[in-house]
Design a protein around this ligand. Structure first.
Ligand code: IMP
Length: 484
């Protein structure tokens, strides 16, 4: 009998809790595939008392019988990958027979870290995770990138590396030897520094061979493998990041450099979109989060929340609101309460995540692009919150701007998503308020057990998002799930 392939996408700005959903669904999958992004992603999986934070390896690795594929659309830092593999070995996970890595995954090179550090320290910063992701994808599109497979073919690797480095010569010369050397040392890459102030090709080739040794025998033509398995085995396509971080659909330029939507995911996994028979779009509710910079219309406390999230002292040492109230009339205090209750700290960078109300305008748009059904996560974070807000539309408050044949002026009501930063940052959210539930829903496992107000809230989200709800996550554990 033919078995079903499922794709799981993030419907907001990443960190929607996809890790847990993928972990739950991978129980029935023969193969779990990742297709986009790199170590900028962080998927947290709890198995009993153990917690695994995965950045590159698909989440199916924690299940004993699941094959896992790192697809062609991913960008790989071989050092980070070998570290992650040794973390798995230490954690008692035997991955050797259950992991395949695409030979055409894109290779992150030392110069990518350097370029990103230089970009991020200037005015063009997007608040990236500094994992070399953007510059690596940029080189791929500029046709000067390297593939993972190149590491094992020194002649080809050298040619491509030299070509790639030639392209960087002007930039490095502009910044000067001292800075380049200092940055390399700061990143633990001093070894790559060449006496002429540039990068040493021989060193990079040698270093990358070393890094790749632990996984050399796992490199495969995974596109070919997956095409052969299509229709025979059930596959789970694991999205990373979220819709509004998409290079194509997101709040450009404050986005990542891949397309985390259904098209990017399937292409990066090596199969057509039609291979995904079921699409689940994961969204947090009643709140959502964003890390890094960029427009976030429903952010609780607005700019003040953004500023607060940039602080680096531990939140429990913050002088204001040691015990913030989720029912506070002060939007910032409420946002901080949500951040603390939801443990909203980046899995990759540890950064505080900005928190805001559920935005149904963006949710509707995400569903139009991806299709499928919604899985809501983190509903339990709002247990005991008296009033919940849902953003239904915006009022534009910025300078007059043409958007094709549409002219947006101060006061224009905006009912559909224009997720470009230059418009979205001036969109003032308009809310509908609904009553919250005053009960702990985290131990419930059936729809009918949920408080009536919680059910009404979920129905309202479905109606406003124009899509059906497939499931609700009501706690971090695997079984804290209600399927509809
Ligand atoms: P990059 O992907 O490191 O280039 O970062 C670009 C933007 O995407 C930054 O705002 C990051 O914070 C954001 N970003 C990248 N990966 C993730 C993720 O997995 N979750 C949330 N935000 C992410």
């Amino acid at each position: 009998m033919k078995r079903k392939n499922i794709a799981v996408i993030g419907g907001q700005w990443g960190d929607e809790g996809k890790g847990k959903i993928i972990d739950v669904l991978s129980r029935k999958a023969d193969i779990v595939v990742r297709g986009t992004g790199g170590a900028n992603a962080g998927h947290t999986i709890r198995v009993g008392a153990k917690k695994y934070v995965l950045h590159l390896v698909p989440s199916g690795i924690v299940r004993r019988d699941t094959m896992n594929v790192i697809g062609n659309g991913m960008v790989i830092d071989p050092h980070a990958l070998s570290d992650e593999l040794s973390m798995l070995s230490t954690g008692g996970i035997d991955y050797r027979e259950r992991l395949q890595i695409s030979l055409s995954a894109k290779l992150i090179l030392p110069q990518h870290f350097l370029i990103e550090a230089l970009h991020e320290s200037g005015n063009g910063s997007v608040g990236s995770t500094k994992r070399g992701v953007g510059p690596c994808y940029a080189d791929h599109v500029a046709r000067i990138g390297c593939l993972l497979n190149d590491i094992f073919n020194p002649k080809v690797f050298r040619e491509k590396l030299e070509r790639n480095l030639e392209d960087k010569r002007v930039i490095f010369a502009h910044y000067g030897r001292r800075l380049i050397r200092r940055l390399l040392a700061h990143m633990g890459l001093e070894r790559c520094y060449a006496a002429d102030g540039f990068l040493d090709v021989n060193e990079i080739i040698a270093m990358y061979r070393e890094y790749a040794r632990p996984f050399q025998d796992l490199i495969r033509d995974t596109d070919f493998y997956l095409r052969k398995q299509w229709g025979r085995k059930s596959m789970l396509f694991e999205g990373a990041q979220g819709m509004y971080l998409s290079i194509d659909y997101g709040t450009y330029p404050f986005v990542t450099s891949s397309d985390p939507g259904i098209e990017g995911l399937m292409k990066g996994g090596g199969l057509p979109v039609s291979a995904a028979e079921e699409v689940f779009v994961v969204m947090k509710a009643p709140y959502e989060t964003r890390v890094g910079m960029g427009a976030f219309p429903t952010e609780m406390g607005g700019k003040r929340m953004d500023e607060w999230c940039k602080r680096t002292i531990p939140p429990n040492q913050e002088p204001e609101w040691p015990a913030p109230d989720i029912n506070s009339a002060n939007a910032l205090e409420q946002g901080i309460a949500v951040l603390k209750r939801g443990a909203e700290f980046g899995a990759t960078t540890g950064r505080r995540r900005r928190c805001g109300w559920f935005d149904a305008v963006l949710a509707r748009h995400a569903m139009e692009i991806n299709g499928g059904r919604i899985i809501l996560t983190k509903l339990d974070v709002f247990n005991g919150c008296k009033r919940l807000k849902i953003c239904t539309h915006y009022v534009y408050e910025g300078p007059t701007i043409c958007w094709g044949n549409l002219v947006l002026r101060k006061g224009t009501a905006v009912h559909h998503a224009i997720p470009h930063n230059e418009v979205l940052r001036y969109c003032n959210p308009q809310y509908m308020e609904v009553p919250g539930w005053n009960a702990d829903i985290s131990k419930l496992w059936r729809w009918r057990q949920l408080p009536a107000r919680c059910k009404r809230y979920v129905d309202r989200i479905a109606e406003l998002s124009g899509a059906k709800i497939a499931g609700l996550s009501v706690g971090p554990d695997r079984d804290a799930m209600i399927w509809l």
